[in-house]
Design a protein around this ligand. Structure first.
Ligand code: GCW
Length: 705
């Protein structure tokens, strides 16, 4: 085995020397975007070798070792030469890493301003001279910042950019950059489509899966700094001593990578595991229970991040069970965590039927009156849209409506309503649309990005959460392209003003190939994929056309349990037309937005066509601005979606031989499923709506399917 791999290595080296591409090796996708493939261009490789000849590590901590390991792994992979790690500068072109506190050399550069700007988690990367030698310095006030800087530096090489001279200062725009795992204690994952949970609760804390280190590396490489381990539909057992010990074992693997852990808390825990008769947040026994629990948690996990809570939502317990408000509920937990520096992330995903007949208005109506009534260490966590992670929604009107309460955005990386792990849908473009939406909260330019990063309302805390798409599958995310969404989430969390196309291009180079044709083909597949999905599933502002598994089309879904779990409640199709009237003549939801946006949504002439049926109910013969009647437009969108899904298959087929066969075939198989699903969506939805519209689906083709 050893001999065989030596022989392979020798052949690779030979091929390399001859300037040939390396032989294709089996790729599982396990390495994600951290593949560190050899630099083929000899001139570029030599330039890299001159400016990244060795690593000088001035941090003796576990984080320092993690950084040194990563730089060594990355540089050796890309440059094909052994990389020495030392504590002192021994060679020209060394990469010098550390903090001013740990390194007299770094302190001596006089970069206080830059370091201050970068903060503890950001970094400075600069070409400089030290001890008479040329060096590249990766420095930060904090060790985590140095780690992020090392990954950034590696990314420059991974995307084949020049590294001499460098003068970079980066600081994350958002404070808490978290993944939320909807993982259950039995190993299943709610809305997870990539295998089982990564946390092996049954064997923890004694056995800690070495894979968790790779999970930490991947997250640190994109700047994620926290992870909520368990489902928001929280099993109270996760707060018991044995589970806290297990969580502590996970925390110790993630800690060197700058990742803190958080837990979802079941609001009724004082009753369910604490044997109190109540969980009333205003009962002193309940407050004392949470205080004692916090002391216990911090005794085991000193850097514990805090609690995430889903309360009075979809059957979860909450303060309203006792006639109290969401603020009362959040504050009792916040008071318990405050002495330890923890936060409470209180979810605004609530939609009680008692509040308003229009489900999308409810969270706003419950939360806006509570603005300013939460403790300093509470952040209210709001899904990107007012409904529930649909293929297209307007942004939630809560963004921009709570100036005195920090709001964090919740994005869904896992594709609950977007084809699970079968469909290739790059979510970067969807998130870009979200972040760039103007809330007008403080006049034009008050984008969602600037609300979430705290600039619009001067929030003292900022955060963002992504519902993870990871699992035990070898490639982590089920679909190889699901990795792009994990990656893009982290990059946007670092800087919500990044461009989706640029993020895609980085990821493609790191994950697939540097060849221009491959890059361009994959980029165009990715950038068109979200609109393709919207077209073949829920175009023109339609939403929630699904049934129980949230995968297959089910526009007829009459869910008897609650009308707002059905599909017909949302599309309201009948002989007269289709759509949900949320204008001032209808539910009035438009007025939860600031002017002039509310007017724009209200007015048929100015409402964006891609949100038309979200805000308006219209007759089938309504003339669209894009041409033709509403019915014809619907048909056109569904047709276009199917055509796009098919062309993704052929575009990908055109890459045969240019990417490794394992991943090529895996993606191809899924693209075929996607194209067939797109067809099924079109067929089912158009046939269903046709019963009401009574108009032909395609007169020209004579095809009434
Ligand atoms: O989207 C819905 C999901 C539920 C989820 C809920 C939530 C965790 O269908 O599975 O529960 O949202 O976000 O709380």
């Amino acid at each position: 085995m050893v001999q065989r791999s030596l022989a392979v290595a020798f052949l690779v080296a030979l091929a390399w020397g001859a300037g040939l591409p390396p032989p294709a090796t089996a790729e599982t996708g396990y390495d994600l975007w951290l593949r560190y493939t050899p630099v083929q261009d000899a001139a570029l490789r030599d330039a890299y070798r001159r400016s990244a000849s060795s690593v000088v590590m001035t941090l003796g901590s576990p984080t320092g070792r993690a950084i040194a390991d990563e730089l060594k792994r990355g540089l050796e992979g890309m440059l094909g030469a052994p990389i020495r790690v030392s504590a002192r500068i021994e060679r020209e072109g060394a990469v010098l890493v550390g903090t001013p506190a740990a390194s007299r050399l770094i302190a001596g550069f006089g970069w206080a301003d830059r370091l201050e700007r970068a903060g503890n988690e950001g970094f400075v990367i600069r070409s400089a001279f030290a001890e008479g030698r040329r060096v590249t310095v990766i420095a930060s006030l904090g060790e985590t910042g140095a780690l992020h800087g090392a990954f950034h530096f590696l990314r420059l090489l991974q995307t084949r950019q020049p590294i001499e001279p460098l003068d970079i200062v980066e600081r994350p725009r958002i404070g808490l950059r978290l993944l939320n795992h909807w993982d259950n204690l039995d190993g299943s994952i709610e809305r997870g489509y990539a295998g089982r949970s990564l946390w092996d609760w049954a064997r923890l804390p004694d056995v800690v899966d070495p894979r968790l280190r790779d999970y930490a590396r991947a997250n640190a490489s994109i700047g994620i700094n926290g992870t909520v381990l368990n489902n928001v539909n929280a099993n109270p057992q996760s707060l018991t001593r044995p589970y806290l010990e297990k969580a502590a074992a996970i925390a110790s693997v993630l800690r060197p990578y700058g990742i803190r852990i958080f837990l979802s808390a079941n609001f009724a825990a004082p009753r369910l595991i604490g044997r109190l008769p109540t969980a009333d947040p205003l009962d002193p026994r309940v407050a004392a229970w949470w205080r004692a629990k916090a002391v216990e948690v911090y005794g085991l996990i000193p850097d514990f991040g805090g609690f995430l809570v889903k309360a009075n939502s979809e059957g979860q317990p909450g303060p309203q069970d006792y006639g109290r408000t969401h603020a009362d509920g959040a504050n009792v937990l916040a008071d318990a965590l405050a002495p330890h520096g923890g936060v409470v992330m209180w979810r605004a995903f609530v939609y009680s039927e008692k509040v308003d007949p229009d489900r999308v208005k409810r969270a706003y109506m419950e939360f806006v009156p509570l603005d300013g009534r939460f403790r300093d260490n509470v952040i209210v966590q709001v899904k990107n849209g007012p409904l529930d992670f649909q293929p297209r929604e307007p942004f939630s009107p809560l963004f921009g409506a709570m100036p005195r309460t920090p709001l964090m955005a919740e994005l869904q990386v896992t594709q609950e309503y977007l084809g699970h792990s079968n469909h290739l849908v790059y979510l970067g473009t969807m998130w870009e649309e979200f972040f760039r939406s103007d809330t007008y909260a403080a006049g034009p330019g008050s984008t969602v990005a600037r609300v979430v990063d705290g600039t619009v309302h001067r929030y003292r805390r900022t955060g963002i959460a992504g519902v993870a798409n990871t699992g035990s599958d070898q490639n982590w995310t089920g679909h190889h392209f699901g990795q792009a969404n994990w990656y893009a989430y982290g990059r946007f969390a670092w800087n919500p003003d990044l461009a989706a196309a640029a993020i895609a291009d980085e990821w493609i180079q790191m994950t697939w190939s540097h060849a221009p044709r491959v890059r361009e083909t994959i980029r165009s597949i990715m950038l068109g994929s979200r609109e393709a999905l919207v077209d073949y599933s829920m175009p023109l502002g339609l939403h929630h056309l699904i049934g129980g598994d949230h995968y297959a089309p089910m526009p007829e879904n009459p869910d008897p349990r609650r009308e707002d779990w059905s599909a017909i409640y949302y599309h309201r199709a009948d002989r007269n037309g289709i759509g949900f009237d949320r204008t001032r003549r209808g539910s009035g939801a438009v007025d939860q937005y600031h002017k002039p946006l509310s007017d724009r949504f209200d007015n048929l002439a100015t409402c964006p066509e891609n949100l038309l049926l979200w805000f308006h109910r219209l007759p089938w013969d309504h003339r669209l601005r894009s041409g033709g009647t509403l019915w014809e437009g619907l048909v056109r969108h569904y047709d276009r979606g199917v055509a796009s899904a098919r062309s993704m298959v052929s575009a990908w087929e055109g890459l045969r031989g240019e990417i490794d066969p394992e991943r090529f075939e895996a993606v191809l198989g899924k693209l075929r499923i996607q194209a067939a699903d797109a067809e099924a969506w079109r067929h089912k939805c158009l046939r269903y709506f046709q019963q009401f519209s009574g108009r032909p689906i395609d007169a020209r083709r004579g095809n009434q399917r």
